[in-house]
Design a protein around this ligand. Sequence first.
Ligand SMILES: Nc1ncnc2c1ncn2[C@@H]1O[C@H](COP(=O)(O)OP(=O)(O)OP(=O)(O)O)[C@@H](O)[C@H]1O
Ligand SMILES: [Mg+2]
Length: 710
Amino acid sequence: MRVTSEYDHSYRTAGKGEVDDLSKLEFLDEQALINELYVRYKNGQIYFKFCEELNLSLIQYRQKNDIKNREIQEGLNIKNRFRSSSTYIGDVLIAVNPFKQLNIYEKEQHKAYSKVRFRSLLTPHVFWVADAAYQRMLFHKATQCIAVSGESGAGKTESTKLMIQHIIYLCKSDFDKELQKKIVDVNTLLEAFGNAQTCMNSNSSRFGKFVQIIFSDEGQILGAKVYDYLLEKSRVVNHGPGERNYHIFYYMFSGLEKEELDYYYLDSLENFRILGTSAGCKAYLTKSEIKYCKMMFQAQKDIMKRVGFLDEDITLIFTILAAVLHLTNISFCQDEETDGVYIDDEYPLEVVSNLLCLDQEILATALISSSNVTKGEKVVSLKNKDQANDGRDALAKALYERLFGWIVHQINELLQPNSALGEKLDLLPSIGILDMSGFENFSLNSFEQLCINAANEHLQFYFNEHIFLQEEEEYFNEGIPFDIVDFQNNEDLIEVFMGPLGLFALLDEESKFPRASDSSLVEKFYSHWKNSDRYVRSRATDLTFGINHYAGRVIYNAKGFLEKNRDNLSQNIIECLKNSNIEVVSELFSVERTESGSISRSATAFIAKPYLPSRPKSNDLRRQRDSFLQKRTKSIKKRIQTLKTNTIQKDKLNQVTVTCHFRNSLAELLDKMKDAEPFFVRDNFKILAEQLSLETTEYSTKIFKQKQNL
Ligand SMILES: Nc1ncnc2c1ncn2[C@@H]1O[C@H](COP(=O)(O)OP(=O)(O)OP(=O)(O)O)[C@@H](O)[C@H]1O
Ligand SMILES: [Mg+2]
């Protein structure tokens, strides 16, 4: 559906806003629908369904200029189909983001949407879905899954939190109030580490999360488990203009006391490259942002303590975050004599070594050189400036990603059901809620958007499969006559991304060629997919290409795709970190990751205690600062037997790629959802909400703004 500025305002006045079930509208066309939504939205009614007796809604509003009639048509087809057959096919709720706090999540609503027998008597509500899932779980004693989908900023994370709150209310049990509170709290904690400001949402989830709440047969909560997917680790070292790094960094600077900042060798956030607003621009926080971040910092610390993190755990977390900040401040200079690089200012190097208890010389060596074993002989080669920058950033990303995985792992340890249940644990009923990064279409779309949008394509297919394909199959098997519904099947797009010759397979293949470039990659894409309606060759530059997604066309820029995909740490950096005197850091780089690259689900247990050896005070370091300059790496470099190559380090070409982890991660997630009974919440009305409510249009431009107003 196209929602444009030429919207006919006269239509608005015609709507009465009396219809919960949009299928009941006397005239059902685009304009009538928008009209009805508008009136209801203005009255604070943000939830809708489409076919009451079927609990089905299937309308979506997409990108401003890419919205097609197709989806409304799907809705109409379904309506016609089920008017005659009146069969239950699934639960779908649609929601419009209100961009303001509504008083519809109070005790009164919790009560009203509890054990609902006739849902048609109640206005649609997100609690309605939570209640249905809980009741069905109790009745069938089976795993339920709620898939929340929609574009970025549409309200998925908020819906997820509201549903968790309601499920906890529904248990109405004093059985383990502490545990229930912890389950609510961990969402806020994960947001601090996994959410960031983007152009579309000031609290955008940059990872996928599947929260599974585990119940006894009687419906009491026994525990919970968080599965994390696809953290956008590139954000740690780089983010687009107008965007920000992960929230936790800003919380730290606002919340840590002066002496704590000193302890982590931190001063002002303006001095840290990766916190800048865009390339070369320094970061800043307004007074109200500082106030908000300070409050959030305290909240995170309180949550961590409540959930069960030790003080030492918390110190360790901030130590690693500080190390990431200092590490990414290391810069390299080209050495004219040897073609290699040296570290410009060794102060951040010294700090990182102190924070992570690493041997400084070994770290410096690993940053400026790489080692490969060729024909049984170890060959050490100096990195050029680009390689050194990439290696440093790969380490910063790995530190952050592994820390994130470790936090999820700790959360799961602390929230797990009583292990005395033994094997029975796997048979317990549960409700899982999936909330992942929404579909994105920025002015510049890169590898990260390609991954996020491919994952959303899968989720859409999962939706189609349950809503259309499985039903058609059942009708067919039961010999019930039915009209084929002309829905947009995106199965071919799954092939474009994930097939044996799909974009990700081609990217992986190209990543293994030392001489490949981003431009040769785009050529490869083109040669395989030129005949597909889904692939668009762009003439603008040779690095851009377009994909006609289910949600509209997105133009991607392949600059940096190969490097982002290889993104592997060289072996000597891994070895260096493994030798850290902080056992947890050493473990982070020693434990075996799963095929999806996950640390949190690693089969190897984390056993180390978060012991932190004492280290020099920041003042002591600063006093010596001048003497660090350039000396050490210059001398290290001289000692290295150099075999200078400008090609990519060989160990990088043979390691598992980001794409490989991404594909396995997605497969793991879909496998988890495969056997569950699904519900769908589609928070797809952000654009509509923005169009209809003038006061929300500036919403996404200021960090934390809406939160401060809540
Ligand atoms: N039900 C709601 N009530 C009040 N505000 C809401 C509601 N839903 C969403 N919002 C507002 O919209 C913002 C964006 O919502 P949210 O972060 O849930 O989007 P999202 O779909 O998870 O986006 P992304 O894919 O980027 O993570 C929230 O920070 C909040 O301010
Ligand atoms: Mg989100």
